[in-house]
Write a protein that binds this ligand. Structure first.
Ligand SMILES: [Zn+2]
Length: 171
């Protein structure tokens, strides 16, 4: 296993270190990641939108998307539709499946790099939000959507006709 440190540390070859996970930070990260998948699922399935970017911060997460005919009013229904999924308490399950299985499910790779990866790998890891969504993924998630709490809208930025940027939080 390789750990890449973001902070400058001076270590000498062969030196032993003890790594500890900052659980509070990690758990928030997991919740925000599952939140993004939930919103992504709603945007993709219900609004036929395309996800063009995303980023997880310490206490919020950003999503960029392109929805045909987007109006700002749609945002509140995207949030309430996503909240419904969260409150229904869907299990969140990581799975390894073959490329053929992934293609049969369809729509598991929603970004260009993801689609590229799907062509290169025989086996892929996906995150299933049971009864709702499948997405190609390499990150950490909670076990059930009911762990997330309430989605809040932090910021909306109109970055052009085909790019809306929204920051969401959890409370
Ligand atoms: Zn993900």
């Amino acid at each position: 296993m390789v750990h890449i440190s973001r902070d400058a540390v001076s270590l000498s070859r062969g030196e032993k270190v003890i790594c500890k996970i900052d659980w509070e930070k990690r758990y928030m990260h997991m919740k925000l990641h599952t939140m993004l998948h939930t919103i992504d699922g709603v945007v993709y399935k219900k609004y036929k939108g395309e996800i063009t970017g995303g980023q997880i911060f310490d206490n919020s997460a950003r999503m960029d998307f392109d929805i045909p005919g987007f109006t700002k009013e749609m945002l509140s229904s995207i949030i309430s539709d996503s909240q419904l999924i969260i409150d229904e308490g869907h299990r969140v399950v990581p799975k390894e499946i073959t490329r053929e299985e992934a293609k049969r499910i369809g729509g598991v790779a929603r970004t260009a790099p993801g689609a590229d990866l799907l062509e290169k790998l025989d086996t892929v890891r996906i995150i299933e939000i049971e009864g709702f969504d499948f997405q190609l993924d390499g990150g950490t998630h909670v076990a059930n959507t009911n762990e997330l709490g309430k989605i809040s809208l932090i910021k909306f930025e109109n970055k052009g006709a085909h790019n809306k940027r929204v920051e969401f939080g959890l409370s």
